[in-house]
Design a protein around this ligand. Structure first.
Ligand code: NAP
Length: 330
């Protein structure tokens, strides 16, 4: 099969088209003919040599796909051969075929194309497990999303808005801040010209926000603690602004704040399958009524994976960057 491999760590030019054997299936896995795959920031880190795949996972990058089931005991998972699905995968998405635990396959939502469905798994699993499971956002509580126009951000804004939460989001330009508002954020905050702490305090009569989803870390942490409401929860999913931070711990005690975080890729299939079930029950109806819409910035053919990574690193995109394969009409 055709696949993209990381021939050398470093720049996007290290991504190269190669021929690999079609994956062998392990117990509980299905073989998917891939129609489309999403690009995610962790793929960039893997290409740079900073995020190795978990043990026993293929070195081919790619964490989410959509396509058609072509082999495996699909019926045991309530699926069938030929069915179109989207799936979270621990690696191997940038390829014509991908082996996937059946428990991590979800049906393509009604009305969504395969290409659109491939943009869902990594962001939905991450957003759900961090905002709804880890931070336990409650009805009536509010959310601040850092990096509102990232693939993760556009999903977090839409999902939280669709479930009735007040949402604010930060982004690095006016255009991106307005895009956050079009997705449902009450206010997009251009962090280059505005102080998100001041905006949040102003818009909440100094109460603060209940939950923050953060991919920046670094010197954001102290400011985030400052604009959390009493009992607020700060959830870290990445450290784009640095892994070290000096903070005053007193507010954590005095205002009963929580600071937590997680990474998804290395978690067990059982853990991810439990998220898949919640998504199917709570989120699929929102996708099928288009309360949540796909936000796709640009689509590249598989061979142009390097160009797709260049676009992600340019930071000019809004939403998802996708790879399309010509195996099935995406
Ligand atoms: N923990 C997990 O399980 C998990 C899973 C998936 C992804 N992630 C992480 O989530 C993040 C988003 O992933 P993605 O695939 O959606 O990536 P993406 O689309 O490339 O988004 C990255 C975003 O980060 C923002 N950004 C970059 N540097 C920043 C800084 N110093 N300050 C503020 N914002 C900054 C950029 O927005 P502006 O241009 O507007 O600044 C951009 O929107 C990545 O860091 C990724 O590693 C974590």
């Amino acid at each position: 099969m055709r696949a993209i491999e990381i021939s050398s760590f470093g720049s996007p030019s290290g991504l190269r088209v190669t021929e690999r054997p079609v994956p062998h299936l392990l117990s509980g896995e299905l073989l998917i003919r891939v129609a489309a795959a999403g690009i995610n920031r962790p793929d960039v880190l893997q290409r740079q040599g900073k995020y190795p795949p978990p043990p026993a996972v293929t070195d081919i990058p790619g964490l989410e796909i959509a396509g058609e089931i072509v082999a495996g005991a699909a019926h045991e998972a309530g699926l069938h051969l030929g069915q179109q699905i989207c799936a979270l995968v621990p690696g191997g998405g940038y390829a014509e075929y991908c082996a996937v635990p059946a428990a991590l396959c979800l049906p393509v939502p009604a009305g969504w194309s395969l290409l659109e469905a491939a943009s869902l798994p990594e962001t939905l699993f991450t957003v759900w497990s961090n905002i709804f499971d880890r931070a336990h956002i409650q009805p009536g509580e509010s959310l601040l999303v850092q990096g509102g126009t990232s693939g993760i951000g556009v999903m977090a804004i839409q999902l939280a808005t669709a479930l009735g939460h007040r949402v604010w989001a930060t982004a690095g330009s006016e255009e991106k801040a307005r895009a956050c508002e079009r997705l449902g954020a009450e206010r997009g905050i251009n962090y280059r010209t505005e102080d998100f702490v001041a905006v949040i305090k102003d818009m909440t009569q100094s109460r603060g926000v209940d939950v923050i989803l953060d991919m920046v870390g670094g010197d954001y942490i102290a400011r985030e603690l400052d604009c959390l409401a009493d009992e607020g929860r700060l959830v870290l999913i990445a450290l784009l602004g640095g892994a070290r931070s000096q903070i005053n711990l007193a507010p954590i005690l005095m205002r009963r704040l929580s600071l937590t975080g997680s990474t998804l890729r290395g978690r067990s299939v059982t853990f991810k399958a439990a998220i898949a079930q919640q998504l199917r029950w709570r989120v699929w109806p929102l996708l099928e009524t288009r309360s949540i819409k796909p936000v796709i910035d640009r689509v590249f053919p598989l061979e142009q994976a390097a160009n797709a990574h260049e676009l992600m690193e340019s930071g000019t995109h809004i939403g998802k960057i996708m790879l399309s394969l010509d195996t099935i009409r995406a």
